[in-house]
Write a protein that binds this ligand. Structure first.
Ligand code: ADP
Ligand code: MG
Length: 309
């Protein structure tokens, strides 16, 4: 039968005495530690508590010291990386549990966000913006409020998205960045696509068919952001075989799309029809424009060009 170390040592009196002495010394050392003193006072603990849980107390103090001298998650010396033992007192019982530190939590959140938030040619800084970073004025306040509400009610969006339009530099893309971050923080997957660049890429990948996979991704993601629609020159093929199907699939499946554009609905409609070669073609363009209009609420953003500042 297995015996405890203490029992095994008892049959060797000299060693046992030394063991007891060293244990007692450690208890003496631990119980005068200011953190332990605080804990003893707070929960009216006895010396017995310290004696019986000495290894846990020591681990707790060791990890506190590690954390005080922390030089980053990657060099964490604690038993469980990014976690520290923390005392809990409940129902007369003191236990030590492992809890994640802030660095670990932030790391997890960033990783999750990286997984959930994908982008296609969007400047990195845009993807770090929070609503709290936005300057507000009368030219953007309605759009910001709508954006914030959209994030809050995303689960009930039922396919209805937003359409921010206005002059260059008024902050349309910037505001979308805040939405993208908020949604991914909430656990929703987001794809942020710069439409003109995306169209160029798609044209380049027609021959290897890799665009089919990309289209599927844009169809499935929880929220799709199409930035700067109307700034591209759509070929009828991209319009009817790429953009049209993505919008159709998403609206039919109640998945919202958010747009930014320099054009209002009417001008976008004209723009989409520009490359048409026939009436049938034109009709297709109008149908896409109509779908965009029906499944979004538009907000005009105006004001100075913030890029100048
Ligand atoms: P748009 O997409 O309308 O052309 P952007 O969103 O790219 O304009 O905005 C241009 C720049 O203006 C941003 O990179 C940012 O530096 C600044 N900016 C835009 N909106 C805001 C805002 N609400 N608060 C602070 N800075 C902003
Ligand atoms: Mg923009």
């Amino acid at each position: 039968m297995l015996r405890s170390i203490r029992d095994a040592l008892k049959s060797h009196p000299t060693i046992y005495n030394r063991y007891q002495q060293s244990y007692a010394e450690q208890v003496d050392k631990v119980k005068v530690d200011p953190e332990v003193v605080k804990l003893i006072e707070q929960y009216e603990l006895t010396e017995d508590n310290v004696i019986h849980q000495l290894p846990s107390f020591r681990q707790w103090l060791l990890e506190r010291s590690n954390c005080d001298h922390c030089s980053g998650l990657s060099s964490c010396q604690n038993i469980y990386k990014g976690h520290a033992s923390t005392p809990h007192y409940d129902d007369g019982e003191l236990t030590f549990e492992y809890a994640p530190c802030n660095l670990y939590r932030n790391h997890q959140r960033e990783e999750r966000q990286k997984r959930l938030l994908k982008s296609h040619f969007i400047p990195k800084e845009i993807l770090n913006i929070g609503f709290e970073d936005l300057d507000k004025d009368k030219g953007n306040i309605d759009a910001i409020k709508a954006a914030s509400l959209f994030c809050l009610q995303f689960a009930n969006a039922q396919g209805k998205g937003l359409y921010f339009y206005g002059e260059f530099g008024v902050g349309k893309t910037y505001l979308m960045g805040a939405i993208a971050n908020k949604l991914s923080e909430q656990g929703q997957s987001v794809y942020f696509v710069h439409v003109p660049t995306f169209c160029r890429e798609i044209k380049a990948s027609i021959s290897d068919h890799s665009y089919i996979e990309k289209i599927a991704e844009l169809e499935k993601v929880d929220c799709l952001i199409l930035d700067d629609i109307g700034a591209e020159s759509f070929s009828p093929w991209i319009r009817d075989e790429v953009l049209g199907p993505i919008i159709q699939y998403r609206t039919q499946n109640e998945k919202p799309i958010l747009y930014t554009s320099n054009l209002d609905y009417d001008n976008l409609r004209t723009h989409l029809a520009e490359s048409s070669h026939s009436q049938v073609d034109e009709l297709k363009a109008y149908r896409i424009a109509e779908r965009i209009r029906s499944y979004t609420v538009a907000y005009k953003m105006y004001g100075e060009n913030r890029r100048r500042g």
